[in-house]
Design a protein around this ligand. Structure first.
Ligand SMILES: Cc1cc2nc3c(=O)[nH]c(=O)nc-3n(C[C@H](O)[C@H](O)[C@H](O)COP(=O)(O)OP(=O)(O)OC[C@H]3O[C@@H](n4cnc5c(N)ncnc54)[C@H](O)[C@@H]3O)c2cc1C
Length: 294
């Protein structure tokens, strides 16, 4: 792997992914890289491509389930300060952010700057990169409606800009064509900051009520199928509290799996399949997991 030799400062080998994911499960990855700038990222992706190394991208790992045997190739994470900047501009009603920035920080910074729109997503953990890649949503709407543009580095190292209005998450799981999102600009609506802060607090309190208590170690399982709630479908199938090994369906909101200390990744996989089968048999609806399975 001579092309990778020059990345010693940002590349580690045989890294356990459990410590980098929310569910803290699964095995190792061959290479784990944290580039410090976009130029370094481009250089790294080009070198990885020359070596034929498979690439995966990671935010805070809230929605990634790593297999017990680990994964081949390289995981790239944009945790360096260069990728975590947040620039709120009330004059143009935009917020420009690095993909590694935490979504919660972006939302509060927009709200304090008197910019409305993203507050409906408060309480969802993760980075902007993960949120945009997954087009996260709540009953208040999705994140895509606020995107003005997304900056992406393709696996071959080319930089591309995607305009928000051309992103079609309904058509494809990955409108970014396997590229890594490095930055995003949101166009929001000016609103009085104090009133907006009060609304944010109300939404935050309600959101917490619907989430497991002390939610580290709890995984969000399924997308809501159109016109239905995954959580209600699992509840209707009588599955609250169901356990496989150390993976348990949460009582408070059955669209979450709670991971106990002895849980394996395979336990979660088997629980997902059990839920899908039972919900299908009861309602005829096919639940699609929102977790990225590595
Ligand atoms: C308690 C809890 C509550 C949640 N509530 C909701 C909810 O209400 N609605 C909802 O929609 N989701 C919800 N989720 C899911 C989750 O928070 C989101 O999907 C989250 O935005 C993922 O962000 P992340 O940084 O952790 O991404 P990761 O989990 O690290 O990655 C998720 C996916 O995005 C890709 N990815 C990450 N970063 C990049 C990047 N820079 N470029 C390209 N691809 C990238 C990964 O490869 C992976 O496929 C919840 C999760 C939890 C644990």
């Amino acid at each position: 792997m001579e092309n990778l030799a020059r990345f010693k400062k940002i590349l580690r080998t045989s890294v356990p992914l459990a410590m980098h994911t929310w569910l803290q499960l699964g095995g190792q990855v061959e290479y784990f890289a944290e580039p410090r700038s976009e130029d370094e990222l481009i250089d790294l992706l080009q070198a990885a491509q020359k070596e034929g190394i498979e690439l995966r991208f990671l935010g805070t790992g809230t929605n990634v389930l790593v297999s017990d045997s680990g994964v081949p190739g390289m995981v790239v994470r944009l945790s360096a300060p260069e990728f975590c900047k947040i620039d709120t501009d009330p004059a143009s009603a935009t917020v420009s952010v690095g993909a590694g920035a935490k979504l919660g920080r972006v939302i509060t910074s927009a709200v304090y700057g008197g910019l409305a729109g993203l507050e409906g997503l408060i309480g969802i953990p993760g980075t902007v990169g993960g949120a945009v890649h997954n087009n996260i949503s709540t009953s208040d709407g999705d994140i895509a409606q606020w995107i003005e543009s997304v900056r992406v580095v393709r696996p071959g190292g080319e930089v591309a800009e995607f305009a928000g209005e051309h992103l079609d998450f309904a058509e494809t799981d990955d409108p970014f064509e396997n590229g890594i999102i490095t930055a995003c600009r949101f166009r929001l609506l000016p609103e009085e900051a104090e009133e907006l802060s009060r609304r944010l607090q109300k939404i935050w309190i309600l959101r917490k009520k619907g989430q497991p208590i002390g939610y580290q170690g709890a995984g969000w399982l399924f997308k809501d199928p159109s016109g239905a709630s995954a959580s209600e479908l699992i509840d209707d199938a009588g599955l609250k509290g169901t356990r496989i090994g150390g993976a348990v369906i949460c009582d408070r909101n059955p669209n979450f799996v709670l991971v106990e200390p002895e849980c394996s990744s395979d336990d979660v996989h088997r629980l997902i399949r059990l839920i899908q089968t039972q919900v299908r048999e009861r309602s005829g609806i096919e639940l699609e997991t929102d977790l990225t399975l590595w």
